[in-house]
Design a protein around this ligand. Structure first.
Ligand SMILES: NC(=O)c1ccc[n+]([C@@H]2O[C@H](COP(=O)([O-])OP(=O)(O)OC[C@H]3O[C@@H](n4cnc5c(N)ncnc54)[C@H](OP(=O)(O)O)[C@@H]3O)[C@@H](O)[C@H]2O)c1
Length: 233
């Protein structure tokens, strides 16, 4: 993989994004991680250590994204991980929350790509985060399921449009040791028991799969299901 440029993790202050940032920091790479609040992002960056810096950026405010990213230099790998959890249903629809999540995941992710594109080269690669809620809805997942479906389409168009830059997505199942689901052990257990091998998906699995998508030159336009086979049962 290219060693020129930094690894940028949008949504790197917690959960899966933080662990992806940590992997590349431990490999000695320049890492830029973001969260909504600059101080929190800088605190996460200094906890991770190495050559990691933190920046503030709110994907739900897409007009500001270009200026928020002004200090970022050449980009080797871009990982778009951020989410704000929106528990929403069509029967009891919260418009403001739904609009915020759709803006964040679809418009915000794309605006980051648009802004950083001139700082990427032919060896650069991008990974977007979706999730299995698109095919395995749970109560309140209406907007999350919708935006995950949007990520699937976004990967297809970006892989064609941005070539030779490679663009892939990862769609995790319920990641049992991630901060959000670790507080919901019954849901984790339900998902685990519905996989062929009764295996829980772990953060380490998703970090390794993300690195594979970023680094393997033959993988392009893929929406990778990383759910221990949950979708089959
Ligand atoms: N965890 C799972 O089991 C699971 C399953 C399927 C899919 N996924 C997907 O994997 C990704 C990561 O999930 P996670 O559980 O690791 O998430 P998480 O721990 O909740 O972390 C979310 C990250 O997004 C950032 N963020 C939140 N709102 C933002 C905004 N408006 N603008 C910019 N950044 C924002 C947060 O930073 P601040 O709070 O510092 O702003 C944080 O760094 C998500 O895209 C999610 O859909 C996760």
């Amino acid at each position: 993989m290219t060693e020129t440029g930094s690894v940028v993790v949008i949504g790197g202050t917690s959960g899966l994004g933080r662990e992806v940032a940590r992997l590349y920091a431990e490999r000695g790479r320049d890492v830029v991680l973001s969260g909504r609040d600059k101080d929190r992002a800088q605190a996460a960056a200094s906890e991770i250590g190495g050559r990691t810096v933190g920046i503030g950026l709110d994907l739900a405010q897409p007009d500001d994204i270009a200026s928020d990213l002004a200090g970022v230099g050449q980009v080797a790998h871009l990982v778009l991980v951020a989410i704000e959890r929106d528990e929403n249903t069509a029967r009891d629809f919260d418009l403001a929350r739904a609009t915020r999540l759709v803006t964040l995941k679809l418009v915000g992710y794309t605006e980051v790509v648009h802004t950083l594109l001139p700082r990427m080269d032919a060896e650069s690669s991008i990974v977007l985060f979706g999730g299995m809620a698109m095919g395995r809805p749970y109560p309140g997942s209406t907007t999350v399921s919708t935006v995950n479906g949007g990520v699937t389409g976004l990967v297809h168009t970006l892989a064609v449009e941005l070539a030779p830059i490679r663009v892939n997505a990862i769609h995790p199942g319920i990641v049992g040791d991630s901060p959000y689901w670790a507080e919901r052990p019954q849901a984790v257990e339900r998902a685990r028991s519905r996989t062929p091998g009764e295996r829980m998906v772990r953060m380490q699995d998703i970090v390794e799969a993300t690195a594979f998508l970023l680094e393997n030159g033959s993988v392009n336009g893929v929406n990778l299901r990383a759910d221990a086979g949950w979708m089959l049962m």
